[in-house]
Ligand binder design. Structure first.
Ligand code: CDV
Length: 311
């Protein structure tokens, strides 16, 4: 057994008026809670340092820039790194990144239990729109404020395992997990902000919580990996977002789940060897996968229907 005691630190809402230092204080408090329960890793949500600003149309460049980090660690986040190193606990953190070349990404980092950044990931699947949609109470403008991630889905050997990262909407796409699965991932860290009523389509919106778990449980099972999904949830500036943060085993089973929509730490002793039985049998990729049959996966984005006359 290779046990990685892991915490998933769900956050309640972050008000627009909340300062970085306030958020960091909340994160530090949950990090200490995780450590007091023996954890070596804590997973925080997507965009954990500010309110979810893509819900608004923001014209002022300076205001927009205020939501992004230009360095990591920066003046505020330094405290989180210092506390992590002091406690000996690693973490996953999501934030908005503004690069020196003025590019904007929805980013996460993986920091090991010595406080060193071991990996960076930039969100590949950006939901929503680039222009505001008329009639919506809240916009979802990730396509306006971010570029698609340019780093792929790498994995890292750290803290005794092989760890990967994804961000929110990525969890709905099987490709996300499979690309990491093909590198032997053992634990995927993932943060999310999922507003209810995103599509204004009752039949789908009513299943928001079901689809949240369905996609992560499927990704875990089909790739024989742990998945740790940390929500930012509750009602944030009038927009209500899904909670039910989870730690999912390689069997696809939920082993821990948050029960509030506030700051809450859940934990599990993740045996990183647990996936081996699946990786050696039903999901022995080397033996059973047939890449020669999967060409369309990388050749095509949207579906192209067969010609009518074939029917
Ligand atoms: N932050 C997200 O990526 N949210 C999307 C919503 C908008 C559907 C999600 O997939 O949860």
């Amino acid at each position: 057994m290779r046990k990685l005691l892991t915490a998933c630190a769900q956050m309640g809402p972050i008000a627009k008026s909340e300062r970085r230092s306030d958020c960091i204080r909340r994160l530090v408090e949950m990090m200490r809670e995780a450590k007091s329960r023996g954890c070596r890793l804590v997973v925080f949500p997507e965009m954990a340092l500010t309110t979810f600003f893509p819900r608004w149309m923001i014209d002022e460049e300076a205001e927009l820039d205020s939501y992004y980090e230009t360095e990591m660690p920066g003046p505020d986040t330094r405290a989180l790194f210092d506390e992590a190193a002091r406690l000996g606990i690693g973490f996953y953190l999501g934030y908005a990144e503004l690069t020196a070349q003025h590019r904007r990404y929805n980013t996460s980092i993986l920091v090991d239990d010595t406080g060193r950044i071991v990996g960076k990931y930039r969100k590949v699947h950006l939901p929503g729109w680039a222009e505001p949609l008329p009639g919506r109470t809240f916009q979802h403008l990730e396509k306006r404020y971010y570029e698609p991630g340019d780093l792929g889905f790498p994995v890292w050997r750290t803290m005794g395992g092989i760890l990967g990262m994804a961000i929110c909407n990525d969890r709905r796409w099987p490709e996300t997990y499979r690309v990491m699965g093909l590198q032997g991932v053992e634990l995927v860290c993932l943060g999310y902000n999922t507003p209810f009523g995103h599509l204004n389509q009752q039949p789908m919106d009513g299943l928001t919580l079901f689809h949240n778990h369905l996609s992560m449980q499927a990704g875990a099972y089909q790739n024989a990996t742990w998945v740790v999904g940390a929500a930012k949830c509750g009602t944030e500036e009038g927009s209500t977002m899904a909670g039910q943060s989870v730690i999912i085993a390689p069997s696809g089973e939920i082993v821990a789940q948050a029960v509030t929509v506030e700051d809450e730490v859940i934990t599990a002793a993740c045996d990183l060897d647990m996936g081996r039985i699946y990786k050696e049998t039903v999901f022995n990729f080397a033996i059973h996968r047939r890449p020669e049959a999967y060409g369309l996966i990388t050749e095509r984005a949207g579906a192209i229907l067969p010609p009518e006359e074939n029917q």
